[in-house]
Design a protein around this ligand. Structure first.
Ligand code: PGA
Length: 243
């Protein structure tokens, strides 16, 4: 497996037809990629992506914590495990818009691992916490990790994404100096919890074709989680081809 991750979170964008064109265009443009590419389309396109993708992985943007039955509109890990191998858990949009707390996210993590899905677990502070100083940010991030992860977590199937909320969709990415201490804290916390298993860490927040190179060689960054810029397959392919 390649060891740098490029993860595209397409969020609630693109119709089924648009998604088909997107995948076709992207597959034509991506050349000899040196990264592990994971696409998170909307649920409507998961099966299509699964059947038509090559050289890349497919993930689901969220799952219900339960496995089947009552849950109108929800989708479970056991339902999608045949058509994708990754799941995104705890994205800040889920935490904020859908009021998902650490306890619920712990259940979702367990459900994804029970179904052998690899999990990208997102953490990140908002602007108020950031403005309260480094200690407040550290405490908040450690709490997010400790509250949802447990000693018996499936560490081999975990990737953690650090996405400061103030950098998501704002066009104002965090620069290296703003995030290096937080990344170090995440690394140390994961080492402690997992007994030194090497868990990849991603950065996400306003990554684009101009700035992605800045993160490539940063300590404790094993990949990038890209939202807005991944919607344009031309831009995404340029990032992938130049990593
Ligand atoms: P962005 O989104 O790249 O548009 O900032 C990142 C994300 O929400 O995962």
């Amino acid at each position: 497996m390649n060891n740098f991750y490029i993860v595209a979170n397409l969020k609630m964008n693109k119709s089924f037809e648009e998604s088909k064109l997107y995948l076709k265009f992207l597959q034509n443009k991506v050349k000899n990629s040196k990264c592990e590419i994971i696409l998170f389309p909307s649920n409507i396109s998961l099966a299509y992506f699964h059947e038509n993708i090559y050289g890349m992985q497919v993930g689901v943007q969220d799952i219900d914590y339960r496995s089947e039955g009552e849950g109108t509109g929800s989708i479970s890990a056991s339902q999608v495990k045949d058509i994708c191998n990754y799941v995104l858990i705890g994205h800040s949009e889920r935490r904020i818009i859908f009021s998902e707390d650490d306890k619920l996210l712990n259940k979702k993590l367990k459900s994804s691992w029970k179904n052998n899905l690899k999990t990208i677990f997102c953490v990140g502070e908002d602007i108020n916490i950031r403005n309260s100083g480094a200690k407040a940010v550290e405490d908040y991030i450690v709490k997010q990790l400790v509250n949802s992860l447990e000693n018996d977590s499936d560490w081999q199937n975990l990737i953690v994404a650090y996405e400061p909320i103030w950098a998501i969709g704002t066009g104002k990415p965090a620069d290296a100096s703003q995030i290096k201490d937080v990344l170090e804290i995440i690394k140390q916390t994961l080492n402690k919890l997992s007994n030194n298993i090497n868990i990849p860490i991603l950065y996400g927040g306003s990554i684009n074709e101009e700035n992605f190179q800045n993160y490539k060689n940063q300590r404790n960054i094993d990949g990038l989680l890209i939202g807005s810029s991944s919607l344009n397959p031309d831009v995404l392919s340029k990032i992938i081809n130049n990593i």
